[in-house]
Design a protein around this ligand. Structure first.
Ligand code: DAH
Length: 349
């Protein structure tokens, strides 16, 4: 019996030493240690041995099994290492090759400005509302104190669809819509942002552009005043365009406000010294504003004796141009990725 076990030991060790791949090693393992393996067969035959022999043979078989398992394991590791090394040799990666660059989009500069404006006004308690781009003459002009034939209509060359409908020339139409919709006459504090259309097209004007409009109305005793308007616009300009800018209120004319003001800010190109951008004045006009005209209140269902408010409006495209130093408004609409890519994370830089 002992001899048989020793022969198995010698034979199997020899085979393991000479094995050349993992698969054959596995076969040898099964051949000796498997359920029907040679060494297992010896264990099975132990029942025929005498009680004296049994523990001696048993421990010998166990010893041989342990030895075999150990050298098989070593051999296995060796094969695996060799295989890995071969693969590493074969699958060398050339890290100097150009990679497939991950293409990442960026938020359009206009939308960045719009989001910032909305965030700012929401933080001051305003609602953000919307109005239609295809507007009626009534809401675009008449309800804003611009009756048919009013000369101020000439300031806004319009795209009429029919006699009644046009593409809105200003978001001021949403002022009228908000007032008319507010039947209970609760305090109004809204901004609206959206597309507007006029028949013009050059480096600083596009036939389609974007405006923001703000409207605040409250009972007279709440004293909504020019001071509130001024404070609001100061915050707006300094947060959205530049923290160090000064503001100048210049008397002006709009049919829907009285008194009316245009708001100028320090020229951000020359800092107020005078340059080609500000036409040597040191100031750049950015906003229209004023106290809501009594006629506008009346036409839209408010008693001018009881209510008061202010309004303001401006083109967002121009704000984006100022903020990012864009020289031609048409870049904003050309969808040229070379232009748009420049705004990838621009504000975080
Ligand atoms: N709607 C005017 C425009 O497009 C801008 C404007 C001026 C809006 C004065 C206002 C305002 O709300 O009070 O030129």
């Amino acid at each position: 019996m002992k001899e048989k076990i020793n022969t198995i030991k010698q034979k199997s060790i020899e085979e393991i030493e000479n094995v050349s791949d993992l698969k054959s090693l596995e076969d040898i393992k099964i051949k000796y240690l498997g359920k029907k393996g040679e060494l297992t067969a010896v264990l099975r035959g132990m029942k025929d041995l005498s009680a004296d022999e049994r523990p001696i043979i048993g421990s010998l078989v166990n010893e041989v099994r342990d030895t075999l398992e150990e050298i098989i394991e070593q051999k296995e590791q060796q094969f695996k290492r060799e295989e890995l090394n071969q693969r590493l040799q074969k699958e060398k990666i050339d890290i100097t090759l150009p990679s497939n660059k991950l293409k990442r989009g960026s938020i359009h500069p206009l939308n960045r400005v719009i989001e910032d404006i909305e965030d700012l006004f929401v933080s001051m308690g305003y609602d953000v509302v919307e109005g239609p781009e295809l507007e009626t003459d009534e809401y675009c002009f008449e309800r804003l104190n611009l009756p048919k034939g009013h000369p101020a209509r000439d300031m806004q060359d319009s795209f009429y669809i029919t006699d009644k409908y046009l593409l809105r020339t200003q978001t001021s139409s949403v002022q009228a819509r908000t007032m008319v919709a507010n039947e209970e006459k609760s305090p109004i504090r809204i901004i609206t942002v959206g597309k507007t259309y006029r028949r013009e097209d050059d480096a600083t004007h596009s036939h389609q552009f974007n405006q923001i409009e703000g409207l605040v109305i409250d009972k007279k005793e709440r004293n909504v005043s020019l001071a509130d308007l001024k404070g609001t616009l100061e915050v707006f300009v300094r947060k959205i365009i530049g923290a160090n800018l000064d503001l100048r209120f210049r008397p002006s004319y709009f049919p829907f406000t009285e008194p009316s003001y245009e708001v100028d800010v320090t020229c951000f190109k020359c800092g107020g010294k005078g340059c080609n951008l500000c036409k040597q004045t040191g100031w750049i006009e950015v906003l229209g504003s004023g106290m809501v005209h009594p006629n506008v209140l009346k036409i839209n269902g408010y008693d001018p004796e009881k209510y008061r408010g202010f309004a303001f409006g401006t083109g967002i495209d121009r704000l984006a141009m100022f903020r990012y130093g864009i020289t031609d408004m048409r870049y904003l609409y050309a969808n040229d990725v070379r232009f748009l890519n420049q705004f990838d994370r621009k504000d975080e830089e």
